[in-house]
Design a protein around this ligand. Structure first.
Ligand SMILES: *[C@@H]1O[C@H](CO)[C@@H](O)[C@H](O)[C@H]1NC(C)=O
Ligand SMILES: *[C@@H]1O[C@H](CO)[C@@H](O)[C@H](O)[C@H]1NC(C)=O
Ligand SMILES: *[C@@H]1O[C@H](CO)[C@@H](O)[C@H](O)[C@H]1NC(C)=O
Ligand SMILES: *[C@@H]1O[C@H](CO)[C@@H](O)[C@H](O)[C@H]1NC(C)=O
Length: 359
């Protein structure tokens, strides 16, 4: 297993320098946002949680991985010696991947927690990837997160969206999920669908289609994660602990080394498509609209500087279009209450901490 490849893949999944300004905007939430009724009444997914042994194994730094006695909860630690990471024991040809995650609390500047799917270790040059990445922040400021997608090595076409949250993710566990089937991809926070990518034939290979593994990691991204790299991880507060539980991996398990898959996934993909989490109800679409109008602060679909013609899967929603400038960033009147402090310094290069990866 080549961790450096994993990390360089994740690095490429991060947005270009032009987005660094966004990262450095510090926002004070007035915390008056409430979850609409339709969100809270949505039933929970019909899924079965697995133990760690049934679902994952160590990716790196076993000494920083703690499993609960019942093996249903795993803690990933970051300390001055290393971050840590786990990887699903199987490859999935489409599936639903989910975990309830609690972020480290208080001093989280410079930290990144990632929950993502990838196959970069088997398809180095034309890999697929689906990301949820959480960016730590200065004490008392809100966490932010982003989702992204690559298909068949389309790393030059970032498809990032960035958001705030309607809760403090370090207070309690919340479920984060990635649904991936041949028809669409849905990212969920709890039961709220926050992003849907509908498979469009014009996307060609940009739609992930090869078997992927699932990863969870915590690592030191001091060089870029918080205020353009000006705020580093402060190891006075180590270890930084993120807790994963309710581990769910559902889908067609395959051997990634076979050129022609001997496992026939037709039936299990059909079963996947029939599952509750594979379709969004009209209430779900309402919740998604609520979330995106209130909490999304960057979308590649509205970034005409990067994409004069939006990529083919982009559905231009008038209410979203109105929110964003042609850079995909929020217009002033849609900004949240609070102070905005912009990054003044020189831009720092986005890269992960290789010494962590090789440790
Ligand atoms: C939940 O899923 C199981 C297994 O897939 C299925 O047998 C059961 O009928 C489902 N329950 C509901 C309420 O959909
Ligand atoms: C990378 O990690 C090592 C060990 O965890 C740490 O000593 C070093 O300061 C980190 N470097 C950066 C740039 O974050
Ligand atoms: C995926 O990438 C490979 C290698 O770059 C290329 O040969 C192939 O045509 C691509 N597939 C699709 C569906 O675009
Ligand atoms: C896979 O299974 C489906 C449904 O059971 C069947 O129709 C199809 O012919 C099978 N494909 C192969 C390549 O065996």
């Amino acid at each position: 297993m080549d961790y450096l490849v994993q990390y360089s893949s994740l690095t490429r999944s991060l947005p270009p320098l032009s987005l660094l300004v966004l990262l450095s905007v510090t926002t004070t939430i007035t915390a008056t946002a409430t979850i609409p009724a339709e969100t809270t009444t949505t039933a929970t997914f019909n899924v079965t949680a697995l133990t760690f042994a049934e679902s994952y194994s160590t990716l790196f730094s076993e000494f920083n991985i703690q499993r609960s006695p019942d093996d249903k909860t795993v803690r990933l630690l970051l300390n001055r010696f290393s971050g840590s990471g786990i990887i699903s024991s199987d490859y999935f040809n489409y599936g639903f991947f989910s975990a309830s995650i609690k972020m480290p609390s208080e001093h989280t500047a410079g930290i990144v927690v990632a929950f993502y799917t990838s196959n970069v270790d088997t398809f180095e040059r034309n890999h697929d990837e689906l990301d949820i990445e959480f960016l730590g922040n200065t004490n008392g400021k809100p966490w932010r997160f982003q989702t992204n997608m690559y298909g068949n090595g389309s790393v030059s076409r970032g498809r990032e969206e960035r958001y705030r949250m309607w809760f403090d993710p370090s207070k309690d566990s919340h479920r984060y999920s990635i649904l991936w089937n041949p028809k669409h991809i849905i990212f969920y926070v709890d039961n709220v669908p926050i992003r849907e990518v509908i498979h469009n034939p014009f996307m060609r290979g940009d739609y992930p289609s090869k078997p992927m593994s699932i990863y969870a990691t915590i690592w030191d991204a001091s060089s870029w994660a918080t205020n353009g790299g000006r705020e580093k991880v402060n190891y006075q507060f180590e270890p930084f602990v993120t807790e994963f539980t309710d581990l769910v991996l559902e889908g067609c398990i395959v051997d990634p080394n076979e050129q022609i898959l001997s496992t026939n996934c037709t039936d299990s993909i059909e079963a996947l498509i029939a599952k509750d989490y594979s379709s969004i109800s009209s209430q779900g679409y309402k919740s998604m609209k609520w979330f995106r109008e209130k909490y999304m602060y960057y979308s590649y679909c509205y970034d005409n500087v990067r994409y004069p013609v939006p990529p083919p899967e982009c559905v231009i929603v008038p209410s979203e279009r109105e929110m964003f400038k042609t850079t995909g960033r929020l217009r002033e009147k849609f900004r949240y209450t609070g102070s905005h402090r912009h990054h003044r310094g020189r831009s720092s290069r986005r890269r992960s901490n290789r010494s962590v990866a090789s440790g």
